[in-house]
Design a protein around this ligand. Sequence first.
Ligand code: GTP
Ligand code: MG
Length: 201
Amino acid sequence: LFAQNCDFIMGSPVLDNLPPADLGEIAFAGRSNVGKSSLINALTGRKTLARTSNTPGRTQMLNFFLLGKREELALYLVDLPGYGYAKVSRSLVNQWTRLMKDYLRGRPNLRRVYVLVDSRHGLKEGDRDIMKLMDESAVSYQIILTKVDKLKKGEQEKVREATEQAIKKNVAAHPEVILTSSVKGDGVDELRASIAALAAS
Ligand code: GTP
Ligand code: MG
């Protein structure tokens, strides 16, 4: 699947004109600046497909990418705006958070949501909020610990264990946590394989 093209389809600031829900879809959620857009670029091998930035609050809409070929195997990847904090007004962040939550609750073709968490910081309140929302709406999700290039191997294993322990009672959570680095490439092949399996399911 990842040998195929991936193209930007559209960005939408509202829920009423999204692409038709006729393909499986995978979304990337997480706090601002956690590395969602960078991970989409690492997965697709395209440095500038999704716009990234040092400034939290870069991604401001639901951004849809079509991975693969419609006639064969294809999937939408969705880059979501971050929650938590951003270098924009409180009311804009609230607006994005509302958009993201409505999308997560209501999108029928959503196969899985990857919840990205900075491996140096662990789960935060905003992460727990959307995990709860997805547990309640039976949306399957999996935690990805990002930026593991910033941690030593021993520290990586500790945060993996602590995170897996912390999500034990979350009914819609995949029990295993994935560790990634978009800079060094850790976990990228593993994640590609799991996305390809979801596309074929
Ligand atoms: P918003 O769109 O604002 O919600 O942010 P985002 O989650 O899409 O983050 P983005 O991909 O724009 O990355 C934020 C910053 O983290 C950028 O400066 C990236 O270069 C950096 N970054 C992303 N992934 C990694 C990683 O794996 N390792 C390191 N060291 N830095 C990373
Ligand atoms: Mg982004």
